[in-house]
Every structure is written in structure tokens, then in C-alpha cells.
Write a new protein. Structure first.
Length: 233
């Protein structure tokens, strides 16, 4: 069984879906520490002025070590209206905007209390529209032990994985010898970002998956998996 996992991400980039598509089982790492200035609550879209950030405000005042299950969204200001208006402004004229806009519009009408809930809800929808069929589990349901490499290995053991796919940054912490002793093959993702037709001038990479969906529609899964070498099922 091929396994991978990743912490919750707001409006994820293409590489995450490539990694999930290679697997039999995906674990939504909803129990880890919130990382400031990372991707848990922000990502990029593309407008007339180029790439721009969309950031979900979160309540972190008074703590430096908050876990994602405890991380509340700060709803003091209407960030949802701001994000939806930005998305409409950037992609309102995209070929497939009308196909995917209703779901996102509904997301931004709803007031979310926890960041995990928002990211979970959106990720499941993205997987559905991309037609990525995978066993989806949440770390909060698995009672995992350890941290970093040890946590991943514990996950592999409990789920019976024979292969685990790390992201590229996994090279910084994965204790490969431990996995080898446990009979688990380790692969490090090397995602080669494809180019595709976009609005607003020249191509910009490493944007949210919604940029690809609005511009390319049903062809999105074919595009995000194109020209990938080294990791195949």
C-alpha cells in the first residue's frame, strides 16, 4: 500500500494533488503544530498585477505553539467577502469560472470557526472535482505517536504501508534507515510544475489549484500529472 500525508493547507498548490494521486491512502495531518508564514492559512492566486496572497486570519495571540486542532479563525473582519471578491476579480472571465464558482461562493458565505474544518472541507471537494480517488484518513482518528520521521513511520506501521511518499522537504528530516528496517520503501517527490494557459499575461507557477481549475477545467488532472518522471504507480 502506498501512503502519503500532509498538514492541512489553504487552497493547496498543484504538487499536493500530484502526491495524493500517486497514493492508495492519504492522511490529513490535522494534529500537528500551526506553522506561521507557511501554507496552513494562506496561498496565492493570480490577478492583473501578478501573484497575490489570500490569507485566512487566525487567532494566535498569546501563544507560539498552537496545534492545528485548536486554531480558530479570526472572524472579527469579513475576510471571506474579501477573498471571494478577489477570486471573482481574478477569475471571473476564466473559461471555467462558472463551473466551479458556486461551491466556492457557498464556502465563503459560511462562517468557519476552525481552520482545520475549512481546509478539510475544501480539500475533499478538490479531490472530487479532480477525480482523484484515494482512501482519505485523518491523523486525529489514528492516535499516532512520535514527531516528524518517527510519526510518519508509526503511521506506516499502523496502516500497513509498504511505501511512503515524502514531499521534497522530507529529505531534511526523514530517517530513511528506520523505514528500510521496517520494510517500508521511501520515495521523495520531485514535482515538475507544468505550464498551462492562464489569464493576466505570462505564466506564473506555484499558485493555488483554483488557478488551474478556472483556466483548464476538466483537463486539470491531466495537466498537473503531465511530464512527471521518477514517481509512478
Amino acid at each position: 500500500m502506498i501512503l502519503t500525508a500532509h498538514q492541512p493547507v489553504y487552497l493547496p498548490w498543484l504538487g499536493l494533488f500530484h502526491k495524493i494521486a500517486l497514493c492508495d491512502t492519504y492522511v490529513f495531518l490535522d494534529t500537528v503544530k500551526y506553522l506561521k508564514q507557511d501554507w496552513n492559512n494562506r496561498n496565492k492566486i493570480k490577478g492583473a498585477g501578478g501573484a497575490m496572497w489570500l490569507t485566512v486570519p487566525v487567532a494566535t495571540k498569546g501563544t507560539d505553539n498552537i496545534l492545528l486542532p485548536d486554531l480558530r479563525i479570526s472572524n472579527e473582519h469579513n475576510w471571506r467577502l474579501k477573498h471571494w471578491r478577489s477570486i471573482k476579480s481574478c477569475y471571473g472571465r476564466a473559461p471555467y469560472f462558472d463551473q466551479y464558482a458556486p461551491f466556492l461562493e457557498e464556502v465563503y458565505r459560511r462562517e468557519w470557526e476552525y481552520l482545520n474544518e475549512l481546509n478539510d472541507h475544501m480539500l475533499l471537494w478538490f479531490l472530487e472535482v479532480l477525480r482523484i480517488k484515494v482512501r482519505f484518513l485523518r491523523a486525529s482518528e489514528l492516535h499516532l505517536e512520535g514527531a516528524k520521521s518517527d510519526l510518519v513511520l508509526d503511521m506506516c506501521r499502523k496502516l500497513g504501508a509498504t511505501c511512503y511518499i515524502f514531499g521534497a522537504l522530507g529529505r531534511d528530516y526523514a530517517q530513511v534507515a528506520d523505514f528500510q528496517r521496517a520494510g517500508v520503501k521511501v520515495i521523495f517527490q520531485d514535482y515538475r510544475h507544468p505550464e498551462y494557459q492562464q489569464l493576466h499575461g505570462g505564466f506564473a507557477s506555484h499558485l493555488s489549484i483554483i488557478d488551474l481549475l478556472f483556466n483548464c477545467g476538466p483537463k486539470s488532472i491531466e495537466i498537473l500529472m503531465k511530464n512527471q518522471e521518477g514517481i509512478t504507480r
